[in-house]
Design a protein around this ligand. Structure first.
Ligand SMILES: NC(=O)c1ccc[n+]([C@@H]2O[C@H](COP(=O)([O-])OP(=O)(O)OC[C@H]3O[C@@H](n4cnc5c(N)ncnc54)[C@H](O)[C@@H]3O)[C@@H](O)[C@H]2O)c1
Ligand SMILES: O=C[C@H](O)CS(=O)(=O)O
Length: 472
């Protein structure tokens, strides 16, 4: 763990293994931190906040820019670590590191644009000044599917705003988090500004959530855990940002460019083996082109190369663990039992010993009562349903507690605008299956989250607004 600028063991002196999901082999071990370690990290962050928050935005920006550079200087090593503990293909891992670094680069500058206001007073002898100030110590709890980007998407704006951070990375992918901390240390970010505590999620989380010195919780993960943390945060009225689960509909109209739509489904469905929060979970295709679409999608998905992440030709890696596989398997079995047809894939590839690899799977004849049409699959399975009218498909697409990302492919401008405005989702891709960029506000409606990450929206999450009434 990295606490107060020191590389330390857990107070318990215990550690836990880090497993390669491609073969089940142990690739390392990290300290098994708990409540006491979390308290020590908050101690360090609180102490560092006193100086870090008083630096100028230029000074913080300069150090963030150096962090950006040290991340990219070590890109290959960090990417290899990420592949070994998360499983994604190397090309995706390199892409993630670039994406992760882009948040550090962007917020190195954005911190200099935290503007206040003056407001015309109602009394001639008063002046009203609006200030924006850093919220304080931040707890950042992050998932395993993007072990680098989900950290910098939080930590970069937090540091730029003048906050200090305690990071609790996912127990499946702690090594990447520690590599980012190494890069921060190399960049000269002062001790205590960035802290990483690895170990028992619930014990560490409970400690961070009950400590009144932690003024902000920023969480990315499942909706279930997000709700739990939201309840805990209430005890000390912490500010909270939640980036939670998704269940993206992918809607294809008859006037769409079909080849682009097929490419879009491949990109949105099978990136990270379907383990992204904005992955397509449901495909709706207009009835008149359904059979042609399914044939094209089946042929294209069967060309995807499944393999080990470090092998350059690999496009589809393993699922993170057995539980993830069991969920995917249950969604496939349930769909078939309810009348779905396996057009391609549908099974675990047993030639990869010790890893849970599932062949990209297309299911036609899906129905709304299937588990896969209601629960987040988080795996490489695409159920396809037909629709006939825009109003009908909008109603079906919105019929979910989730509201993170949605996609629609059409060449008709009126259809594009109409559906973009009616979809109840925080992110809508129109003919675009890869919408995520640093400058855009990433986040969800409904049970997909609270708050936004990215762009100028992302730094507001780490600022308090104060007004000064000046009587002269
Ligand atoms: N909206 C987004 O930006 C976004 C991005 C990535 C992943 N996700 C979602 O995350 C989920 C997959 O990630 P996951 O399996 O890591 O999610 P998860 O909720 O199981 O774990 C996320 C983090 O929370 C921690 N955690 C678990 N229980 C905790 C507790 N009781 N107290 C404190 N911390 C606890 C975990 O250790 C991990 O660090 C999916 O639902 C996916 O959609 C959302
Ligand atoms: O899984 C969650 C990530 O936010 C996906 S993305 O890389 O930001 O598109």
């Amino acid at each position: 763990m990295y606490i107060d600028g020191k590389w330390v063991k857990a107070v318990s002196n215990e550690s836990f293994p880090v497993i390669n999901p491609a073969n089940g082999q142990q690739i390392g071990s990290v300290p098994k931190g708990g409540a006491e370690d979390a308290k020590l990290a908050v101690d360090a962050a609180e102490k560092a906040f006193q100086t870090w928050s008083k630096m100028t935005a230029d000074q913080r920006g300069h150090l963030l820019r150096r962090w950006y550079e040290t991340i990219l200087d070590n890109k290959q090593e960090i990417a290899e670590t990420l592949v070994l503990e998360q499983g994604k293909p190397m090309k995706e891992a390199l892409g993630e590191i670039t994406y992760a670094a882009s948040f550090v680069y962007w917020y190195a500058e954005e911190g200099k644009r935290v503007y206040g206001e003056t407001i015309p007073a109602s009394h001639p002898d008063k002046r009203i000044l609006v200030l924006k100030q850093p919220v304080g110590v931040v707890a950042a709890i992050t998932p395993w599917n993007f072990p680098a980007a989900m950290i910098t998407r939080k930590v970069a704006p937090a540091l730029a705003a003048g906050c200090t951070v305690v990071i609790k990375p996912a127990e499946q992918t702690p090594l990447t988090a520690l590599k980012l901390a190494e890069a921060a240390e190399l960049a000269g970010i002062p001790k205590g500004v960035v802290n990483v505590v690895t170990g028992e999620p619930a014990e560490i989380g409970d400690q961070l959530l009950k400590d009144s010195r932690v003024r902000k919780v920023t969480f990315t993960g499942s909706t279930e855990v997000g709700k739990h943390l939201m309840r805990k945060a209430a005890d000390t009225v912490k500010k909270i940002s939640l980036e939670l689960g998704g269940h993206a509909p992918f809607i294809i109209f008859a006037d769409a460019n079909l080849d682009l739509a097929v490419q879009g489904v491949l990109q949105s469905k099978f990136r990270n083996s379907g383990q992204t929060c904005i992955c397509t979970n449901r495909v709706y295709v207009e009835k008149s082109i359904a059979s042609q679409f399914i044939e094209k999608l089946r042929d294209a998905s069967e060309k995807l190369t499944v393999g080990y992440g470090l092998e350059p030709e690999t496009e589809i890696g393993p699922l993170i663990d057995e539980d993830a596989y069991k969920k995917v398997e249950s969604h496939i079995q349930d769909a078939v039992q309810k009348g779905g047809k396996i057009e391609s894939g549908g099974k675990r590839l047993t030639e990869f010993e010790g890893g849970y690899f599932v062949k990209p799977t297309i299911i036609s004849g899906a129905t709304e009562d299937m588990k896969i049409m209601q629960e987040e699959t988080f795996g490489p399975v695409a159920p396809v349903m037909e629709f006939e009218e825009l109003e009908e498909v909008v109603k079906r697409a919105n019929n979910t507690p989730y509201g993170l990302a949605a996609y629609a492919y059409t060449e008709n401008l009126k259809t594009a605008v109409s559906i973009a405005e009616q979809l109840e989702y925080g992110i809508v891709g129109i003919n675009d299956a890869l919408p995520s960029v640093v400058q855009a506000p990433f986040g969800g409606f409904k049970e997909s989250g609270i708050g936004r990450e990215g762009g100028h929206f992302g730094i507001d999450e780490f600022l308090e607004i104060k007004y000064v009434s000046l009587k002269i």
